[in-house]
Design a protein around this ligand. Sequence first.
Ligand SMILES: O=C(CO)[C@H](O)[C@H](O)COP(=O)(O)O
Length: 157
Amino acid sequence: MKIILAGDHAGYELKKEIAAQLTAMGHTVKDAGPFSGDSVDLSDFVYPASLAVAKHEYDRGIFIDGVGYGSALIANRILGIDAVVCQDPFCAKLARQHTNSNVLCLGGKIIGSAIAAEIVKTWMTTDPLTEEKYLRRNNKVKEISKRHLRSLDEIKF
Ligand SMILES: O=C(CO)[C@H](O)[C@H](O)COP(=O)(O)O
């Protein structure tokens, strides 16, 4: 898969580790920054990376900041992005099985390398369940997004 990574200074070290893990798993990885641990504004990196996923330039995104929530808040403002914050592999499994998320957000300040690696492995290798109830629920979320979020075609960049 083609994966885009982004985040801020607080996720910089963990992002490097995840890039190496994904490459070792055989994925094509684009690191959209930041490229140092200097203090930055998260949206400068996560917003363009989210757009790239929404435009299908990448299959999925993995965004790493201090706690993960900031990345998810930004990414979920864009139609076509379903971003989740995961702090353990069980959450990562359900975030794919039940929610079919296409963006994973992690917190470099709150999870260590080993747990992060397990989360990424689980999230990357788990497929959505096709049970009717999950499809129905996800379609309802899609309808809400369509009602409230603008399509990328309508936005002037
Ligand atoms: O976790 C975050 C967002 O979810 C950010 O990484 C965090 O807010 C950055 O804060 P600071 O500039 O104080 O390191």
